[in-house]
Design a binder for this molecule. Structure first.
Ligand code: GLN
Length: 729
């Protein structure tokens, strides 16, 4: 028989109900109920299962805050979530400053766990309000990464895909905008049953109830004026939606195998203390409590600066940041400290003492020669052991004690020995943030190392190549052209808008006429087609309708694929199939003589299909088309050393161990190896799978208005920790 409420109001039960038996209103994921049945306030759980509680439950300002109790295990029985299986979560947060390389750290954690035999998925949380990255300027925020499903997401998802060789979905990128949109959509449909829809919910709890509310940390309640009658007032809809989202997305397989992964690495964007990330922190605090300590590991990436004056490693910023984290209800299990050198033992001890993290769980991410050393750094400091222990996996037989990272060791080692350079001129918009072209740079890097070359990227602002610059800024013009002429290969990446288009056309013309290897991506292909029409076919007014809607010779036209959403509605997005139409061409060979390839797209304009016969008669080959034959996907100029344009973005699928074939073609041609590579391909070697140990380095110089500049984001010498900002895998 259920105990009476008066019994329930006795101070502090020695044995609260276990989480398995909690009534639905206690669950943060259950729909709101108007009143809590009395029977649910029983203090002795019917199943008599014993539960120990988090160390302290404190209510601060009406909100639940759990202090401590997060990492120790200690017999706490987490709730069983139906269908959840054994999913484990690693949350990576950042403190002190932004740009510490959380993304690389999170990806590298995934790598070492994967190397122990676990299957990994990942989620990136971006607390900004945009629903996705599609409408964000790449020149402010870095490139928009495109997924197979057409998701336009934060570039950090590219880190995960490259490092873990997985394919993520748009839902693996959570933003505040997406969460609010889903909650507001539900609210419009009346799914909240007339309740007040709230972010956290508010909690009015008197001391009596607080003593009883062993688990009120998971929900909010209020007391009505009728004694002994409790009414649920609000449910924290936003924090619930975040948890539901994480749980749902974590289950999606991303590695080509069936069934959910074993571990989901969640990266929380921003820095602890940012106002906009508060709902996520609250949700993650609830989530960690809900899944239980054996299933949740929090890695906090922090900074240990060295002050020049004293040369001492300073722990205070990390202490403060951990205090902030704990104040928000999250307790770190592992500290990953960025520093220039390895942390001294006494520094670790101090951090351990003040941050309540065992010294063995304090890892130093010190500066290394290349990004592929980060997983090795984690392994050498036994980060995998610490994580497996926190996740209660250390005694699982099928999990390797020592991560198998031979490929990473070889790649990192070869990287450091490359010396023969290959110079690639990147002709695009330059605004100081090379993250705008991050995946292109990574793809160039993968291909360069595959060809055993040290990559040097010369950034050429396309406007500097234009005739008007010759008059307005002759030095800049001269420098830009000198760089272009000094390059072993030219790459024109994707882009939108007409600024600098003329300069790009001039670069394509130069490459075509001077037999310099050229790769045009998306816009880079379209401008190559315009250039061909103008200068080979003498169609002097040929243009893309993107730049001149009234052109008499529209050789690139608007070809929407169907509009469903608001912004970006007309964009052709995500994975589409390209069929090779001409077998004896470079691209087909580079791809391994396959009949088709699936690559990712992000564009609205395409080669005008009605003009294709004219182009073909003039010698331009359309070697790859879509299934209808109306959309031109790959162009080539047959007698050129390497002149290739792709309507798709091959860079998004390049991996360190599987470089993109079209990029390999460019680098191989630029370094005099294309014949050999093509020969290898016709002997049955697929470029993308040929060299397991691809790796490398690149240097990068920016030239604009005649002034060489170092890039602001650590790309200047290929060193992972060159500046920390914009560090990506
Ligand atoms: N602006 C061009 C289009 O919309 C190219 C887009 C791109 O390069 N991603 O088709």
């Amino acid at each position: 028989m259920a105990p009476s409420l008066s019994k329930a109001l006795l101070p502090l039960s020695p044995q609260p109900p276990c989480l398995h038996c909690l009534p639905t209103p206690f669950s943060p994921l259950s729909p709101p109920k108007t009143s809590l049945p009395r029977a649910h306030l029983q203090l002795v759980c019917p199943c008599e299962r014993a539960v120990s509680l988090p160390r302290t439950v404190a209510l601060v300002g009406g909100l639940r805050r759990r202090v401590g109790g997060g990492g120790g295990g200690g017999g706490f029985v987490g709730p069983e979530i139906p269908g959840q299986g054994e999913m484990k979560y690693v949350l990576v947060t950042g403190g002190v400053v932004s740009g510490l390389g959380k993304g690389v750290t999170a990806s590298s954690i995934g790598v070492i766990l994967k190397a122990c035999g676990l299957r990994i998925t990942s989620i990136k949380i971006d607390p900004y309000l945009n629903t996705d990255a599609g409408t964000m300027s790449p020149f402010e925020h870095g490139e928009v990464f495109v997924l197979d499903d057409g998701g336009e997401v934060d570039l950090d998802l590219g880190n995960y895909e490259r490092f873990l060789d997985i394919k993520l979905t748009r839902d693996n990128n959570i933003t505040t905008g997406k969460i609010y949109q889903s909650v507001i959509d539900k609210e419009r449909k009346g799914e909240y049953l007339g309740k007040t829809v709230q972010v956290f919910g508010s909690c009015f709890v008197d001391s009596r109830l607080f003593h009883l509310s062993w688990n009120f940390c998971l929900c909010s309640c209020s007391r009505t004026d009728r004694p002994n009658d409790f009414t649920f007032k609000v449910v924290p809809h936003i924090t619930n939606a975040i948890q539901e989202w994480i749980e749902r997305v974590a289950m999606i397989p991303v590695d080509g195998k069936e069934g959910p992964a074993d571990v989901c690495v969640i990266e929380l964007g921003g820095t602890i203390g940012d106002i906009e990330s508060m709902p996520f922190i609250e949700a993650l605090g609830q989530f960690s409590y809900r899944v239980g300590p054996g299933n949740f590991c929090l890695v906090h990436v922090s900074l240990v600066p060295v002050l020049n004056v004293v040369g001492e490693q300073k722990t205070k910023p990390t202490q403060h940041s951990v205090r902030g984290l704990r104040g928000l209800g999250l307790t770190p299990n592992i500290l990953a400290c960025r520093s220039t050198k390895e942390l001294e033992d006494n520094v670790k001890e101090k951090l351990s003492q003040f941050c309540h993290v065992p010294a063995a769980n304090i890892i130093t991410l010190y500066d290394v020669s290349n990004i592929w050393r980060i997983p090795l750094l984690l392994r050498d400091q036994k980060a995998h052991e610490a994580i497996l222990k926190v996740l209660n996996l250390e005694r699982v037989d099928s999990i390797a004690r020592e991560p198998k990272l031979d490929e990473w060791v070889a790649r990192a080692t070869i990287f450091d020995t490359l010396h023969d350079t290959v110079r690639i001129a990147m002709v695009g918009k330059y605004t100081g943030l090379s993250d705008s072209y991050l995946s292109v740079l990574k793809a160039l890097l993968h291909a360069s190392v595959d060809c055993r070359r040290k990559l040097v990227v010369d950034w050429v602002a396309s406007t500097d190549l234009e005739d008007s610059t010759a008059i307005e800024a002759p030095d800049a013009y001269k420098t830009a052209w000198n760089l272009l002429k000094g390059a072993d290969g030219i790459l024109v990446p994707g882009g939108f808008g007409d600024r600098g288009v003329q300069g790009k056309i001039l670069a394509a013309k130069y490459a075509r006429e001077k037999n310099v290897p050229y790769l045009g991506i998306c816009l880079g292909m379209q401008i190559a087609v315009v250039e061909y029409a103008r200068h080979v076919m003498n169609l002097t007014d040929a243009n893309s309708t993107e730049f001149d809607p009234n052109t008499k010779t529209p050789c690139v036209i608007f070809m929407p694929e169907g509009s469903k959403t608001h912004m970006g509605a007309t964009m052709r997005l995500g994975s589409r199939r390209t069929f090779f139409k001409i077998a004896d061409c470079k691209s087909s060979k580079l791809y391994g003589n396959v009949t088709y390839v699936d690559e990712r797209h992000r564009h609205r304009y395409e080669v005008n299909p009605d003009m294709v016969p004219e182009f073909e008669n003039a010698g331009l080959q359309f070697v790859g088309k879509d299934d209808t034959g109306r959309r031109m996907e790959i162009i080539e100029i047959p007698n050129h050393r390497y002149f290739v344009g792709a309507q798709f973005h091959p860079e998004f699928k390049s991996r360190p161990s599987k470089p993109s074939p079209l990029f390999v073609g460019l680098i191989a041609a630029a370094s005099g190896q294309l014949d050999r590579v093509l020969q290898d391909c016709s002997n049955g070697h697929v470029v993308a799978a040929k060299h397991v140990l691809s790796n490398g380095s690149y240097t990068s110089t920016v030239h604009q208005n005649g002034h060489p500049k170092k890039l602001a984001n650590g790309l200047s010498n290929g060193t992972y920790y060159a500046s920390g900002n914009g560090v990506h895998a």
